[in-house]
Design a protein around this ligand. Structure first.
Ligand SMILES: [Zn+2]
Ligand SMILES: [Zn+2]
Length: 405
C-alpha cells in the first residue's frame, strides 16, 4: 500500500512555532491535508513526550489520535550548527536516547529541537544504539545544514557514513538539484514540510508517498532503507529568495564565475552580491546535468491549494472567505487537499470549481510553467501562460519561512 507522509514538523515546544501545534489540531488538519502518517517531531522533549504517551498505540511504533497516525521523529542541532532528522522505533527508545543525550545538551528539557555538543559522527553512534535512523535535514539551506558546513556527507558523518540512508531536500532544493551531486546517488531523498504551524498550507506542504507492506515503524524504516519512496512532492526551489546568486540591491542575477570576477559587487548598481543555494550545489556538483538513479521517484513541484486558489480567484489573501469556502468545498468533495493537488483528474475538479483552477493544477502537475528565479533576497515567481494571459505565482506565503530555521 502507498501512504502519504510528512516526517518533519515541530511541536509548540520548539522555537518560533505556533501555539496550535498540539496533537488534536495537527491530527485534524493533517486529515484535511490527506496525510496518512505525520512525524511527531520533538520526540526528545519531556512534555511533548508525555503527550505522545497519551496517544493510542496503533501498531509497533505508530501512535494514533482521531484516526491520524504518528511516527516518532525529532530534529537536533549538532556542535557545528548542522541539523539532523532522527526516526525512533518506540517511546522507550526516545526515553533512552533522551537520557543519553542529556549530558551533551543544556536545553533538551526546554527546546523541542535541542542543541547537542556532539558532531554528526558521534550522533549516529547514539541513534544506532536505540535502533533509530538518522540523516541530514534540509541539506542545502544556507544557515543550518550539512552542505553549508561541509563539502561531503563523509566530512560530517565520518566512519558512520554508510549508516546515512536518507537526506531531506528541504524547501530550497529538489531532486534535479540534489542529483547533480554524485555522492547522493545511493541516498533516498525525503521531502518534508518542517512545518511550524498546523494549517494545510504549511503541514504537508512537502510530503513523501511511500510504499509499505504494513503500517508500523519497521515497515516505514525498511521503505527508506530499501528505497521505496514512490513520489516526492514539494515547492519549486527556484522560487526561494536566495536560490540564485544575485545583487541584494537591484536583484540582478549573476553566474557564480562572474560574481567572483566582479569581487562580489554588482556591475549595475555596486550592490553586494549574495551567493545562492543553486551555486553552492554547483560547487559540489559532479555532473552538469542531473543523473537520477533508477530508484529515484518523480518530484512534483506544487504549491498549497489555498495559494493556487488565490491565483485562480484573483484574491490576495489566503484567509479570505472566497478562498476558504472554495478550499472547503474541494476538500469535502474529494476527501483531502492532496487528492485535489495530485490525484483527482482535473476534469473532475473542473466540475465543482472554476476552469482556471483546474488549468493551474494541471500545469503544476505536468511542470508546464516557467520560473523567474529568486535571488539576492527577492522571491522568484512562477509564470503561467503567454503574454497578456500571463499569471504569476510568487508563493511568498510559503517561501517566507523556508529560511526561518
Ligand atoms: Zn532544521
Ligand atoms: Zn545591483
Amino acid at each position: 500500500m502507498q501512504i502519504d507522509c510528512d516526517f518533519h514538523i515541530h511541536s509548540r515546544y520548539s522555537g518560533a512555532t505556533s501555539g496550535k501545534m498540539d496533537f488534536n489540531t495537527i491530527s485534524s488538519q493533517g486529515k484535511l491535508k490527506g496525510l496518512d502518517v505525520v512525524g511527531t517531531g520533538d520526540a526528545l522533549h519531556p512534555k511533548w513526550l508525555d503527550e505522545i504517551k497519551s496517544l493510542k498505540e496503533y501498531s509497533e511504533g505508530i501512535y494514533e489520535i482521531n484516526g491520524s497516525k504518528f511516527i516518532l521523529t525529532v530534529e537536533v542541532e549538532d556542535n557545528r550548527r548542522v541539523h539532523h532528522l532522527i526516526f525512533l522505533p518506540e517511546i522507550s527508545s526516545a526515553e533512552s536516547l533522551r537520557e543519553t543525550l542529556k549530558k551533551f545538551s543544556s536545553d533538551i528539557d526546554v527546546d523541542g529541537r535541542p542543541h547537542l555538543r556532539l558532531n554528526g559522527e558521534e550522533l549516529v553512534d547514539y541513534v544506532k544504539e536505540c535502533e533509530g535512523i538518522i540523516g541530514p535535514s534540509h541539506a542545502f539551506v544556507p544557515w543550518t545544514s550539512i552542505y553549508k558546513e561541509y563539502d561531503s556527507l563523509g566530512d560530517c558523518y565520518g566512519k558512520n557514513i554508510s549508516d546515512i540512508k536518507f537526506l531531506e531536500l528541504g524547501l530550497s532544493a529538489d531532486t534535479d538539484m540534489a542529483d547533480l551531486i554524485g555522492e547522493l546517488k545511493r541516498v533516498v531523498f525525503l521531502s518534508n514540510s518542517d512545518a511550524h504551524s498546523p494549517w494545510p498550507h504549511r503541514l504537508g506542504r512537502e510530503f513523501n508517498r511511500v510504499e509499505i507492506s504494513e503500517l508500523n515503524y519497521k515497515s516505514i524504516k525498511n521503505a527508506i532503507l530499501d528505497k521505496k519512496i514512490v513520489l516526492n512532492v514539494g515547492l519549486d526551489p527556484r522560487l526561494g529568495k536566495y536560490h540564485r546568486t544575485a545583487c541584494i540591491k537591484c536583484f540582478t542575477l549573476y553566474e557564480l564565475k562572474e560574481a567572483v570576477r566582479l569581487n562580489w559587487r554588482c556591475k549595475l548598481c555596486g550592490g553586494l552580491l549574495k551567493k545562492g543555494v543553486y551555486d553552492r550545489v554547483l560547487e559540489l556538483s559532479t555532473s552538469s546535468s542531473p543523473r537520477h538513479p533508477s530508484f529515484r521517484p518523480r518530484y512534483v513541484r506544487i504549491a498549497p491549494l489555498a495559494e493556487i486558489l488565490c491565483l485562480a480567484l484573483k484574491v490576495k489573501n489566503i484567509y479570505s472567505d472566497k478562498v476558504q469556502e472554495s478550499w472547503k468545498k474541494l476538500v469535502t468533495q474529494f476527501g483531502s487537499e492532496i487528492s485535489v493537488l495530485i490525484d483527482v483528474p482535473t476534469r473532475e475538479i473542473e466540475k465543482v470549481s472554476n476552469k482556471e483552477l483546474a488549468k493551474l493544477i494541471r500545469a503544476f502537475r505536468e511542470g508546464k510553467f516557467k520560473v523567474e528565479e529568486g535571488g539576492g533576497g527577492r522571491y522568484g515567481r512562477v509564470i503561467f501562460g503567454e503574454n497578456k494571459e500571463q499569471k504569476f505565482y510568487r508563493g511568498t506565503q510559503s517561501m517566507l519561512d523556508s529560511f526561518v530555521e
